[in-house]
Design a protein around this ligand. Structure first.
Ligand code: NAP
Length: 297
């Protein structure tokens, strides 16, 4: 993951690695699994680690990163670490304290990217960047209207560098991606592999993304797995992509996303799979005025 083409420049001059390691896991899985998997990921070459206050594994992820720093595999500055502000800390005076709690768990001085996990205002986030506690700030799960509200806010000092949203072949976010590109905001895809289906809020009758026959045919054609086709699709559209796994074989496989290329015809075929289907609906937020998924995009 060291060569420049594996990074995307953010609108504040920092660089984000194009493949990130996702650390959300089900609560019944022991937290030590996350330490183990994160260490495997760093050894395999992932430099971008996506986490959040609410995942409740920042201590374990921090431990894995520190171990890999101590054994000389990486330096702190090689790692791009993302954390996210949880919704119970939205009051401006609480924002920095949520980040500081994350930093204490991680034993870090700063995070590389701090995201608003679910839509709210940006002002208190700017202070975290000013204080040097977050190198970059961005948002997650924002729709176009919510992004525009932030971008048009009088006195905005830092544009969000990214918008992290659910994005995969069944919901390719074409319109939101075009909008983000026009505003120099990087789209970061989560759920690119069809998410962890055991999550309690994922409808068990939802389609299994990696069983899609088109992914299967392209996987055969390129002698890769459907997972790699799904990840590669995102990279070739200029999207930064996250991939979660606790299995060594999958963690090592997913980083092969840089080793092959899809053709223009393959990309058109994959575009054709879009059906605006979401795995993550955040039903508990449906009646909230900031619910992001009621708009078309
Ligand atoms: P995901 O990356 O779409 O999918 C993970 C699933 O894919 C795992 O259950 C894993 O299954 C399977 N998988 C991984 N590599 C594979 C391979 N090579 N072959 C076959 N199967 C493979 O899931 P996600 O966790 O929902 O999203 C990724 C990350 O995005 C999260 O961990 C988190 O960091 C972030 N996220 C952010 C938000 C937000 O609101 N901002 C929301 C959701 C997620 P097994 O390991 O069980 O085989």
């Amino acid at each position: 993951m060291n060569s420049k083409h594996q990074y995307v420049e953010l609108n504040d001059g920092h660089f984000i690695p194009r493949l990130g390691f996702g650390t959300y896991k089900l609560q019944e899985v022991p937290n030590s699994k996350t330490t183990e998997a994160t260490e495997i990921a760093i050894e395999a070459g992932y430099h971008h680690i996506d986490c959040a206050y609410v995942y409740q594994v920042e201590e374990e992820v921090g431990l894995a990163i520190r171990r890999k720093i101590i054994d000389g595999t990486v330096k702190r500055e090689d790692i791009f670490y993302t954390s996210k502000l949880w919704s119970t800390f939205h009051r401006p005076e609480l924002v920095q304290s949520c980040l500081e709690r994350s930093l204490r768990k991680l034993h870090f001085d700063y995070v590389d990217l701090y995201l608003i996990h679910l839509p709210i205002s940006m002002k208190a986030m700017e202070k975290c960047k000013d204080a040097g506690l977050a190198k970059s700030i961005g948002v997650s799960n924002f729709n176009r209207r919510q992004l525009e509200m932030i971008l048009n806010k009088p006195g905005l000092r830092y544009k969000p560098v990214c918008n992290q949203v659910e994005c995969h072949v069944y919901h390719n976010q074409r319109k939101l991606l075009d909008f983000c590109k026009s505003k120099d905001i990087v789209l970061v895809a989560f759920g690119a592999l069809g998410t962890q289906r055991e999550k309690r809020w994922v409808d068990p009758s939802s389609p299994v993304l990696l069983d899609d026959p088109v992914l299967g045919t392209l996987a055969k054609k390129h002698k890769r797995s459907p997972a790699l086709i799904a990840l590669r699709y995102q990279l070739q559209r200029g999207v930064v992509v996250l991939a979660q796994s606790l299995k060594e074989s999958e963690i090592k496989e997913n980083i092969q996303v840089f080793d092959f290329q899809l053709t223009d015809e393959d990309m058109i075929e994959l575009d054709g799979l879009n059906r605006n289907f979401r795995y993550l609906l955040i039903k508990s937020m449906v009646n909230h005025p900031n619910y992001p998924f009621a708009d078309e995009y």
